[in-house]
Design a protein around this ligand. Structure first.
Ligand code: NA7
Length: 545
């Protein structure tokens, strides 16, 4: 039995009817929360829709999938021996390695006995009479919980193009966020990939050269930059293990990544020096160094941002042989960094292959999926496999797949009908005894570093309620309103405010435009959580009802 099989044994656990704390989801955040709560000796358990743990690293098992935070900065830091015992094989681990790691954590800390796999939440209704949550699963099982902690992710409800015919296609089709466990064999196949975000970029690199032909359907080009991944030697990993305290410290910055912005101002150096620095970032530095290790002015100053974009466009032209194709792959009027840039590894060179074609959906939009392939306004295409790398109903989609009702039966969908409303991404008014890990209006960046703040915060809230004998806690509407205003003020004052992005819900038809992330960065966010706790849980009301 492999380690992953052993954890999957959780699928056979019998489900208790009651628990004190129910965690929804066993991904990166859910596992962290379960570990924290069980360490404290609490009666906590998780339900997880997948038949394995890992969340993002369970569902997104498409070829080429890998993390783009440095792995040694991405793993859990809650146990020093775990850090010493686990060795990463590459700077940016693949999906299988991440999944293996998360399974290792679950097994090592004996959490599998509390994780109920293959259990998807259908509804969670607040029961005012007994002050707790009545949770129903899609298989009909019911659980009563005093507290519910959601860890459902903000990019976990896959989304497909809204064109007719998807069910008619007779070949194989898969969404990157819902990839099957069975190997998808691309060899000798005519393959379409729709979407060129982070997932599309990775799957395109993996499929090119394996498939007989690859047709990439691009709607919006983005500024993909080199990941500059590489193996980690045994000596290097030994050295990393001596530096974990420093690595964690170095992550305490807005993005939670190991990269620090240049201390030299772009204004203090010549254009030639700036271009030399851009070349270093592009060719030698890893991952998010391009964004977070750059001159700070590149994010804030439109002229310098344009200068950096001109540099990136030049590099694309240098890598793509056909100038017309290079132009199609180059963003127009999109500042660098406002839309999450994909990290690539040979992406642009893919388009030099004679068996790879780019279809620009801005020129010829997708019309329908047919029995044999895809049709745009200009042409019909035949395929054996269609890959949808078309992203997610982001931020609220994973919540709205469930029927969540708070005080007086208020539906979370109605409560958030103008966009998500939270207090520090951790709770919303009228939904007592419910906390979010990685909820709306929270952080994006190096996710485990961001989420550990929220896990500690959730544990502190629950601990306060339990230790003071409070039956119920709730956030005040005024606190939620203040956070919503703060989130909006930050975004409206930034260069990001007009970008079309899932962060605003722009990629989902019918969604109100509302910013769903927190733009103040991880340090300010963590300080705010600390401030709330040290100010008597400001914004929360505890009661014995
Ligand atoms: P993303 O970043 O949302 O990318 C989705 C891609 O799919 C993007 O290129 C979209 O183009 C494209 N898309 C979406 N809908 C359509 C339709 N209807 N037709 C054509 N193309 C479409 O999702 P990913 O999975 O790549 O990445 C999600 C996160 O994972 C990412 O932020 C990282 O944190 C890791 P668009 O740009 O909307 O025009």
């Amino acid at each position: 039995m492999t380690m992953i099989d052993a954890v999957r044994g959780g699928a056979t656990l019998s489900l208790p009817e009651t628990t004190e704390i129910l965690i929804i989801g066993a991904g990166v955040g859910g596992i962290n929360a379960l570990y924290e709560f069980r360490q404290r000796g609490w009666d906590a358990m998780s339900v997880e829709a997948g038949d394995g743990v890992g969340g993002t690293w369970f569902w997104n098992r498409y070829p080429g999938c890998r993390v783009d935070s440095e792995s040694y900065s991405y793993g859990y830091y809650f146990d020093k021996q775990l850090l010493q015992d686990w060795s990463w094989s590459e700077h940016f681990a693949t999906q299988p390695e991440n999944e293996e790691y998360l399974n290792h954590v679950v097994e090592r800390f004996e959490l599998g006995q509390y994780i109920h796999l293959n259990r998807r939440v259908a509804s969670a209704h607040f029961n005012e009479e007994r002050t707790g949550w009545d949770v129903t699963l899609t298989d009909g099982a019911r659980i009563s919980a005093k507290f519910v902690v959601t860890a459902v992710g903000i990019l976990s409800a896959p989304q497909y193009p809204k064109v007719p015919g998807r069910e008619l296609f007779r070949g194989e089709s898969h969404h990157t966020g819902l990839w099957p466990k069975e190997k998808v064999d691309f060899a000798g196949k005519r393959v379409a990939v729709i979407g060129t975000g982070s997932s599309g970029t990775q799957v395109i690199e993996a499929v090119a050269g394996v498939a007989a032909s690859l047709t990439v359907f691009q709607r919006t080009p983005n500024w993909a930059t080199p990941l500059n991944n590489g193996p980690i030697s045994a000596a290097e990993m030994d050295d990393i293990k001596t530096r974990y305290d420093d690595i964690w410290e170095s992550c305490q910055n807005p993005g939670g990544f190991v990269h620090r912005a240049s201390e030299i101002s772009a204004h203090d150096v010549s254009l030639e020096e700036r271009r030399a620095f851009y070349a270093t970032l592009y060719d030698d530095r890893r991952g998010w160094a391009t964004g977070f290790g750059n001159y700070p002015e590149v994010r804030a100053n439109p002229e310098l941002n344009r200068e950096f974009c001109d540099y990136l466009a030049e590099r694309i032209r240098g890598r793509v042989n056909d100038p017309v194709l290079a132009d199609k792959l180059t963003p127009k009027a999109l500042p660098y960094g406002v839309k999450r840039p994909p990290m690539e590894n040979g992406y642009y060179e893919v388009f030099n292959r004679s068996d790879v074609t780019l279809v620009d959906l801005r020129e010829t939009p997708l019309v329908e999926v047919t029995e044999t392939g895809l049709r745009t306004t200009e042409a019909t295409f035949e395929f054996d496999i269609i890959v949808y790398a078309t992203g997610f109903d982001a931020i609220t989609g994973s919540f709205h797949r469930m029927d969540v009702r708070g005080v007086g039966g208020v539906d979370l969908k109605d409560h958030w009908d103008a966009g998500p409303r939270t207090y520090v991404a951790s709770a919303t008014d009228r939904f007592p005894n419910m906390l979010f890990i990685g909820g709306p209006q929270g952080l994006s960046g190096n996710i485990p570093r961001c989420l550990e703040h929220q896990v500690t915060f959730a544990a502190t809230i629950i601990d306060h309620a339990k230790s003071q004998g409070h039956n119920r806690f709730e956030v005040e509407a005024a606190a939620v309103n203040e956070w919503v205003d703060h989130v909006n003020e930050l975004i409206n004052a930034s260069v990001f405010k007009d970008v079309q992005s899932w962060a605003f819900g722009d990629n989902t038809d019918g969604k109100p435009r509302a910013y769903g992330l927190y733009g103040g960065g991880m340090v300010a966010f963590g300080e705010r959580l600390d401030h709330i706790v040290s100010n008597g849980f400001e914004g929360f009301t505890f009661s014995d009802r």
